[in-house]
Structure formats: C-alpha cells, structure tokens
Design a protein around this ligand. Structure first.
Ligand code: PMV
Length: 309
C-alpha cells in the first residue's frame, strides 16, 4: 500500500514580505505541481528529482515533517518518500512549500489520519521553518487550500472566488536566492526605519484587499496598476535588483497592465497581468530573451491525496 499527494506551487499576487510583518497578502495556486509518494519501509529514505537537479535543501525539512508527524500521531517514521516536481526550485513559485504540503498530506493519507487542510499546513510549517527561519505561512496555506486566498498570519485564509478563469504571466529570471536572506534584509529595514515600514505595511495590506476585489470582478487593468505599485514598494525595501526591474520594465513596455516581482525577490520570478490579445506575444518575447515564461489560468485546486494498493 502506498499514498500519493499532489500539491500546487504558488504565486504571491501582492503583499510578500509585508505579510511576514502582519499585512494581508493575496496568493494563487499554480498549475505546476509537486507529487509525493509515501510507502512503508524498514528505514527512512527520500529520493527526489529535486536532488538530482542539485536542489538538496528539501531533504532535512522533509525528515522534520515526518518525524514531527510520527511523534504527534504515534505512527512509524520509517517510510520511503519519492518526490517528483515540476515547480522550479528557488524561483519564488513555492516549490518547498508544495513539497512539505504534499509530504504531510501523503503521510496523513497512508496512516488514515484524516487531517484537514489547516492541519496539513501546520505539519508542513515545521519543514518550512527549518528552511526559511520565520516564514509567514502563506506558501503552505495556498498550496493546501488552492484557488486564490487572502492570507494574514494568525487568521483563517479567506477564499477569493470568481466566475470563470483569470490569466497571469510568470517569468523566471533564472537567478536563485535564499528566502531566509531576503526576509532577514527586510527585517533589518524595518528595524532601521520603523515608521516608514509601518506606513508601507498598512498601505500594502490595503492594496492586497483591493487587488482581491479587482481579481474577483475581473478588473485586470486596475489589478495591473496595483501590481506595479506593489513592485515599487518592494524596490524601496531593496529586495528587487536590476534583472527583476528590467523584466518589469519590459513587461510594461510590451503592454502589460502591470508587473512586479513575486516571492522573496533578489531573483526568482516576476508576475504580470496583460490584455488577453497581448499575452502570447509577451510570453514569446520574454522567452526569446532567455527567461522561462508561461501564462497560467487560475483558479487551480489545492493538495489532493489518494491511496494505491
Ligand atoms: O520563498 P518565496 O519566494 O516563495 O517567498 C515567500 C514570501 C515571503 O513573503 C517573502 C516570505 C513569507 O514567509 O511570507
């Protein structure tokens, strides 16, 4: 008997970094997934295509999630875990959170624990904390719940629903970075400029609430304006760089409604919204410049798991 879980990656639409300090963020699940299989074994072992690509940082956090769940639910920690991912690591698209959520969901399914999405998030957070230090929890929350959520630490995520689909463009800079380092830099900025930081955090929290409303009503042009404003706030904190700013400029020049970095910044990806008729051309022009670029339709469902005999 074995259990499999599939968890989606994510894009933060607005509010990254400020969410670590109590502001609202808006996040969407993406149609790129991490698939995890868990089966009984005589010892704890993990194999992963992430490791083959040289991204071995998930190994320790995965074992933390399993050890903690085994302890809490009095189950065996000896399991064989197989991870396959089509979410690029270090790209700001939630690969580590999707991995932790899928591990927790598959382990829960194998042992018939019947955990809810929120309980899976709590288990996944053990792994996330060991990678990122003090993350807000938005990444595992969106991966577990799916769809689009407004997230604030300590509150239940609020689902944002709409008729039909919405389209987002994502473009990967090819630069990896450490989320922990980026969070640390922002915390230093907050300590140095507490008044300014507080005003920005309040402003971006409001902006996330407004962005959710624009996404819900399909007002993509105004959503775009909000994305570009959010990028300026992230620039002012020093979490952008020349490559990301250049990509945002390019996306705007090509006719996007708006664009911003998404995730921790310093590398990773940028996110844009554009008029429907311009999307294909924007994607192919960014790709031609060497940035892996794709458009996605949201909403996308959250983690799911099943047993196989
Ligand atoms: O690791 P990333 O790039 O998905 O960024 C996570 C978002 C942050 O707001 C920077 C951190 C957090 O825990 O919310």
């Amino acid at each position: 008997m074995r259990a499999t879980a599939e968890a989606p990656g994510k894009a933060i639409i607005t509010g990254e970094h400020f969410v670590v300090h109590g502001a609202w963020a808006l996040a969407a699940a993406l149609p790129r997934k991490v698939r995890v299989t868990v089966e009984p074994s005589s010892k704890f072992e993990v194999t992963s295509d992430l490791f083959r690509r040289g991204e071995s940082r998930e190994l320790v956090p995965v074992s933390r999630v399993v050890e903690e769940m085994a302890r809490e639910f009095s189950e065996k920690p000896e399991v064989r875990i197989t991870i396959a991912s089509d979410v690029p690591g270090g790209a700001g698209l939630g690969s580590s959170a999707a991995t932790m959520v899928a591990v927790a969901a598959a382990y829960s399914r194998l042992n018939s624990l019947g955990l809810t999405a929120n309980e899976i998030v709590s288990c996944a957070m053990v792994g996330e904390q060991s990678i990122h230090g003090k993350p807000s929890g938005v990444d595992p929350a969106i991966s577990a719940h799916g769809g689009v959520i407004l997230f604030r630490t300590g509150a239940a995520p609020k689902g944002v629903s709409f008729e039909g689909t919405r389209s987002l463009i994502l473009s990967y800079s090819g630069l990896n970075r450490s989320t922990k380092g980026q969070i640390g830099h922002v915390t230093k900025m907050k300590d140095r400029y507490p008044g300014m930081f507080e005003s920005l955090a309040v402003g971006i929290g409001d902006l996330s609430l407004r962005a959710a409303e624009m996404l819900r009503t399909g007002s993509m042009d105004e959503l775009g304006t909000l994305l570009t404003i959010n990028h300026a706030a992230l620039m002012s904190l020093g979490v952008s760089n020349d490559t990301l700013d250049g990509m945002v400029d390019l996306l705007l020049k090509m006719g996007s409604y708006g664009a911003k970095l998404t995730g921790a910044g310093g590398g990773g990806s940028v996110l844009a919204v554009a008029p429907e008729g311009k999307e294909k051309r924007i994607v192919s022009r960014l790709s031609a410049r060497g940035f892996e670029t794709f458009s996605v339709k949201i909403p996308v469902e959250g983690v799911k798991s099943w047993l196989e005999r």
